[in-house]
Structure formats: structure tokens, C-alpha cells
Design a protein around this ligand. Structure first.
Ligand code: FAD
Length: 280
């Protein structure tokens, strides 16, 4: 298991209490010696300072941490300012995205495609950062076609990205087929599957509708038949552990966990998969 890359994603909490909890969560998940943690970014600059502050604070403590970044409605100076701050803090990895405008801000500005952001970062900072980009095994909801989405993913690598993290999914075949199609299109960079543990099915179903992740019919029916939240968590653990096992057995180079800022859902899956924890 040692050569498999594990990473954990957080969102920037709005409150001080939430931030304290996040730092504790990060400490506990460190036991799985992840390659990095990442912190999401609200396009339109809604979390500009919070994301940057959390990232720079953790970096000061020696944590391997990657901010998510997008232009959103920001101008070049603002993005350059953030890049400079990250560079000075010793950050060496960025998750480069187009992002989605928060509702209500849709007409504020044009979104900038991720390939353009990747090219911008490379132009201004050379090889300072390892650049991760997003990939969609079930295809991005706005994509013109399957092939077009893969062509645009290739464009992100041609612009200088190093590896990709996927949107979450519950059908491993979607990932294997996607990786196969990417290889056929000439993409040879690693594509890490994004893993969303299941803890609350109602929230997951709502979120999935918005981001275009498919919940298989059998999973929906199975989950909806459970009334006790503890049963949902137990079944969720079983299903997502099986998914991860299938992915790793099928050659996935690692796992990227959407932690929702919680320890147990990701840690329980990793333990069930047999990952060892190191002493603090
Ligand atoms: P792009 O790669 O730019 O693609 C967007 C759409 O445009 C696709 O349909 C693509 O086919 C098409 N396209 C791409 N390039 C071109 C082009 N040059 N010309 C024409 N069409 C093109 N959102 C946030 O707001 N903040 C986050 O922190 C965040 N983190 C994420 C992390 C991961 C791992 C993933 C998978 C998603 C994340 N998202 C986040 C969601 C993401 O921002 C949205 O899915 C967004 O709609 C697309 O971003 P992208 O970088 O994939 O866009």
C-alpha cells in the first residue's frame, strides 16, 4: 500500500470553532501519512482570505497543503497576489480549477477555463507548483460531449498540469472506462479517483444532483430503505470500502478523499482497506 497516494480535501469553515475543528481533523488524518491535504476555494473570491489563511497557517506547521484556486470573477493581479503569497509560504502544489460561481453571482464575471489558469500559473511561476486539475469520469455536466470533455482535460495537461483528481462516483466502471479513454487520447498523467464517503444520504443526493455525480439506482433504493442514521453510515462504509478496493485492485494510483472536514468517514474506510496508521 505504501506507494499508493492518499490525499484529503477540506472546505474552509466560516467560524473560528470550525477552523479549530479542521486543524484537529488534519492532525488526526496525518496518521495516514497523506501526500497532501487540500482546501477548496469559493470561486468569485468568497473564501479567498479564509482558504489562503488556512493554507498558509498549516504550511507554517510543515503540513503538505494545496490550495484550490480559480479565477472566478477575480482579475490577474488578485490571482498573482495569491500565487506570490503561496510561493512565499513554501506551498508547492495547487489544485487549479475553473470553479463554479456561487448562486446569485452568476453574471458577475466570465469564468476562466481551468486550462487557461494552468497556463497562467506556469507562465508566472514556472515549475514552482505541482498542478492538480479536475477530471470527470461521469463527464462534466456542462460538457458538449464525452470526447470534448476528454479533449479539454488533455488541454489542461498540455498547458502544464501534472495530475488529476476526479469528481466522486459510485460506479467503478465509469472510472476504468474514463482512464482507458484518456490513455487512448494520449493522456499519460495519473488520474486519482475522488472518494466521497456516505454519511448522510439526503445531503449526498442533493449535492450529487448539482455536480452531476450519479447515484446508482440500487444504491439510492438501498439507502432510502434505512431509517436509522447509524445504519446509513454502516452501509455507506461497506459500499465505499468495496468501491475503493475495486479501484485499487484495478490499478488506481491512490485515493483522494472528500472529507467534509470529518475524520471518521475517511479514516474508517482506510482502516477497513488495511492502511496502517503511524504514531503521531
Ligand atoms: P474546466 O476544466 O475549465 O471545464 C469546465 C467545462 O468547460 C467542462 O464542461 C469542459 O468540458 C468545458 N471546457 C473546458 N475547457 C474548455 C475550453 N477551453 N473551451 C470550451 N469549453 C471548455 N469548485 C469550486 O468552486 N471550488 C473548489 O475548490 C472546487 N474543487 C474541486 C475539486 C475537485 C477534485 C473537483 C473534481 C471539482 C472541484 N470543484 C470546485 C468543482 C469545479 O469547479 C466545477 O466542476 C466546475 O464546473 C468545473 O471546473 P473545472 O476546473 O473542471 O473546469
Amino acid at each position: 500500500m505504501s506507494d499508493l497516494r492518499i490525499s484529503f480535501e477540506f472546505f474552509p469553515p466560516k467560524t473560528e470553532e470550525g477552523r479549530d475543528k479542521l486543524y484537529k481533523t488534519r492532525e488526526e488524518l496525518q496518521a495516514f501519512t497523506p501526500a497532501f491535504f487540500s482546501v477548496t476555494y469559493g470561486a468569485g473570491g468568497t473564501t479567498r482570505d479564509t482558504t489562503a489563511n488556512i493554507v498558509c497557517n498549516l504550511r507554517r506547521d510543515g503540513v503538505s497543503i494545496a490550495p484550490h484556486l480559480s479565477f472566478g470573477g477575480d482579475n490577474e493581479e488578485t490571482v498573482l497576489g495569491l500565487l506570490e503569497r503561496y510561493k512565499e509560504s513554501g506551498v508547492d502544489r495547487i489544485v487549479a480549477l475553473r470553479g463554479d460561481m456561487p448562486s446569485g453571482m452568476g453574471s458577475v464575471a466570465q469564468l476562466v477555463y481551468a486550462n487557461e489558469l494552468v497556463a497562467f500559473i506556469r507562465r508566472h511561476t514556472g515549475d514552482q507548483f505541482h498542478l492538480e486539475v479536475a477530471a470527470y469520469p461521469e463527464i462534466h455536466p456542462e460538457a458538449d460531449s464525452y470526447d470534448a470533455d476528454i479533449r479539454f482535460l488533455k488541454g489542461k495537461f498540455e498547458a502544464g498540469a501534472n495530475s488529476a483528481l476526479t469528481q466522486y462516483f459510485y460506479n467503478p466502471d465509469a472510472y476504468f472506462y474514463f482512464v482507458d479513454q484518456c490513455e487512448k487520447a494520449g493522456i499519460d498523467a495519473p488520474i486519482y479517483p475522488g472518494i466521497m464517503p456516505i454519511t448522510n444520504f439526503t445531503n449526498l443526493a442533493r449535492f450529487s444532483r448539482n455536480c452531476g455525480a450519479e447515484i446508482p439506482r440500487w444504491l439510492k433504493y438501498r439507502m432510502e430503505s434505512y431509517r436509522d442514521p447509524e445504519d446509513v453510515k454502516k452501509l455507506g462504509l461497506e459500499i465505499v470500502t468495496d468501491l475503493c478496493e475495486t479501484l485499487l485492485e484495478g490499478g488506481a494510483p491512490g485515493l483522494h478523499f472528500y472529507t467534509m472536514n470529518q475524520v471518521a468517514p475517511s479514516a474508517d474506510i482506510l482502516r477497513a482497506l488495511g492502511f496502517q496508521e503511524s504514531a503521531a
